[in-house]
Design a protein around this ligand. Structure first.
Ligand SMILES: [Zn+2]
Length: 247
């Protein structure tokens, strides 16, 4: 029994003092969702989150600006995000503390119109990504892009809905947008193109460019999102990948 490693303490139980979490002790309040006075509905209820300030400013350019600039949001020490979803902020909250995405729920799989299978997790990932984009939280966005790709690969399914949820808000350089362009250029059938409602000409333009590139290089069989590494990440050279930050 003495040889059994499971009986000993975890390998990293004792650590250097310099390895301790960097989020300090100061807490701030973030109020998410709309306060509906006089309405007796749980739907869309607002929620207050108490979060370590350093954690917010470390990961989110939006919060860094909110706490350093003269923003109205901080007049009473509370940052208000009335237009955002509580559920998406919960994803952000848990991510900055743990580096994980808690997006899988029982009952996510269902059947929609025309007997098409539906899966609510895709929508949850996309909504969280849109919030991460607003909060300018690159690690969260990169993790969500990876999560979306991992889910699609595992389930061999890429619902149309992702395009509607992402491409309106994403900047041209956004990793997830680059992935969606590649996915469309390299896998869509003629029917997909015929049925898709293109909501932005920019997206359509980039898709045509990707198709031309694929044709020129003869890469129609390649799937660059498999083992993509940092290909669709946005951290660039000067910031660490979320996988290292939370590793
Ligand atoms: Zn990366």
């Amino acid at each position: 029994m003495a040889d059994n490693e499971d009986n000993g303490p975890p390998k990293k139980l004792r650590r250097l003092a310099t390895e301790k979490p960097s989020f300090g002790f100061e807490m701030v309040e973030v109020r998410v969702g709309e306060d509906r006075v006089g309405e007796d509905s749980d739907d869309g209820e607002a929620k207050t989150f108490h979060v370590h300030k350093d954690l917010l400013t470390q990961h989110s350019d939006f919060f860094r600006a909110a706490f350093t600039g003269d923003w109205k949001e901080r007049a009473d020490g509370v940052i208000r995000l009335p237009e955002d979803e509580v559920e998406a902020f919960e994803q952000f909250y848990w991510f900055v503390y743990t580096g994980s995405l808690f997006t899988i729920r029982e009952g996510d799989h269902g059947v929609g119109e025309d007997n098409h299978p539906t899966d609510k997790e895709f929508g949850r990932l996309a909504a969280a990504w849109a919030l991460g984009n607003k909060l300018q939280c690159t690690p969260f966005k990169d993790a969500l892009t990876d999560g979306l790709i991992a889910k699609g690969l595992k389930e061999r399914s890429w619902p149309y809905g992702i395009y509607a949820a992402i491409n309106l808000t994403a900047a041209r350089s956004a990793g997830i947008r680059r992935f969606l362009i590649d996915l469309a250029a390299l896998t869509w059938s003629e029917n997909y193109f015929a049925e898709m409602e293109f909501t932005t000409t920019e997206f359509l333009h980039d898709l045509v460019l990707a198709l031309a590139k694929a044709r020129a290089h003869g890469v129609s069989k390649s799937k660059p999102w498999e083992n993509a590494g940092c290909r669709y990440h946005e951290h660039g050279e000067d910031k660490q990948c979320y996988k290292k930050v939370f590793g």
